[in-house]
Ligand binder design. Structure first.
Ligand SMILES: [Cu+2]
Length: 141
């Protein structure tokens, strides 16, 4: 049993390591990501729902196949910038991953002006770059 677990660990870990930089490819599809329910300059309450849209790529849970670059998952970046192509999206309170394939989220922001950036990335969280990002300014009342 222990041996089986060790073998499984090597296989899984090796697969994750195997999906390294040289395997990264930008999507060939044409399309875009966009905020479905927010326009630039939108006035929003402190807690609000953000709906994520993508055309041209499929939404797929993270980790299923990091080499499938016809799919990926959404990330929401608060008061930041798009992540350069191929770079891993950080995980912190300003970089939210929606690795279950979520297409919307409820977030809470402090009052004032903020930017929200939607960033699409592959199953290993490697960014598809500014071409697959969208940014809106919001004003939290
Ligand atoms: Cu991610």
């Amino acid at each position: 049993m222990i041996r089986a677990a060790a073998v499984l660990f090597v296989v899984v870990f090796g697969f994750v390591l195997g999906a390294s930089a040289q395997d990264f490819k930008a999507p060939e599809a044409k399309g875009r990501v966009y905020f479905k329910n927010l326009k630039n300059g939108a006035e929003v309450p402190a807690t609000f729902t953000v709906e994520f849209g993508v055309d041209g790529l499929r939404v797929r849970p993270a980790g299923e196949d990091p080499l499938d670059h016809a799919s990926g998952h959404h990330h929401l970046i608060i008061d930041g910038r798009p992540i350069p192509l191929g770079q891993t999206v950080p995980t912190d309170d300003k970089h939210l991953h929606f690795g279950k394939g979520e297409t919307q989220a409820q977030i809470t922001l402090p009052p004032g002006r903020h930017t929200l950036t939607l960033q699409f990335a592959d199953g290993a969280h490697r960014s598809y770059g500014p071409k697959w990002a969208a940014t809106v300014r919001v004003n939290v009342g």
